[in-house]
Design a protein around this ligand. Structure first.
Ligand code: PLP
Length: 244
């Protein structure tokens, strides 16, 4: 259950995030409508996520949802199915969880290697659909982060784009963990350069690889300045997560 008070607080926070996004876009001469907000709902119950989706409607704000773990996705998605959210898988996905994920996921945004994408493609063929995917790139090189190395990203994207029932929609990254804005921005710029190189390649299946999913609560302005089309926000909307 969500109290009216909690509902109001989430709406207020989401409104504030939308303001941040709008200001960041305008600061660099972009249209705010080019940047969508994805609510990263890990650890938060379906009732809280519902409150956020209803708040988004109230604010006339299109939002996406993202989960890191398939188990959380499959637990929450049925409870929210009436609201028809677009779910993105934004955490590392094991091949043996692909079928479960695809029951609910619209986009697998964390493709970091070809075998996973092949598995997604095979499942998509069987279920007679096309699945949107993004290639996750580890722009920071930090070992704790998943994603393909930047120097291998164009090749991987080209291979993924050529698969049968997947549609390469773009690229995802998690910004470098540092207080140095220039370093964070350089990482986001790297992702944009990778996207632009793939788009310019004209390789089969790459024409729709326009999305850049980058920027979170702490660095979304920097990401928008470098061209983010999706910012993934958890803390700024839902508050702090319990320590793991
Ligand atoms: C948790 C998470 C986010 C949101 O992070 P916040 O800092 O809480 O906004 C975005 N992307 C991924 C991949 C995440 O795991």
């Amino acid at each position: 259950m969500t109290t009216q008070q909690e509902q109001d607080r989430i709406e207020e926070r989401l409104g504030a995030v939308a303001e941040r996004v709008a200001r960041a876009a305008e600061d660099v001469g972009r249209d705010r409508a080019e940047v969508r907000i994805l609510l990263a709902s890990k650890t938060h119950p379906a009732s809280t996520v519902r409150a956020a989706l209803l708040a988004a409607r109230e604010l006339d704000l299109p939002v996406l949802l993202g989960e890191n773990r398939v188990q959380e996705l499959t637990a929450k998605a049925p409870e929210l199915a009436d609201l028809k959210p677009e779910w993105h898988v934004i955490g590392p996905l094991q091949s043996n969880k692909v079928n479960h994920a695809l029951r609910w996921a619209h986009t697998i945004a964390s493709v970091a290697a070809l075998p996973l994408a092949e598995r997604v493609s095979r499942r998509a063929v069987v279920t007679e659909r096309t699945v949107d995917v993004m290639v996750q790139v580890n722009v920071s090189g930090e070992e704790s982060k998943s994603g393909v190395a930047p120097e291998d990203a164009v090749e991987l994207a080209t291979q993924v784009a050529a698969l049968e029932a997947v549609r390469l929609r773009g690229f995802m990254t998690i910004g470098t963990h540092t207080d140095d804005d220039d370093v964070v921005r350089a990482g986001f710029a790297r992702l944009r350069a990778i996207r632009d190189e793939v788009l310019a390649s004209d390789a089969p299946g790459t024409a729709e690889a326009t999305e850049l999913s980058m920027g979170m609560t702490g660095d979304l302005e920097l990401a928008i300045a470098e061209g983010a089309t999706i910012v993934r926000v958890g803390t700024a909307v839902f508050g702090a997560r319990p320590a793991p």
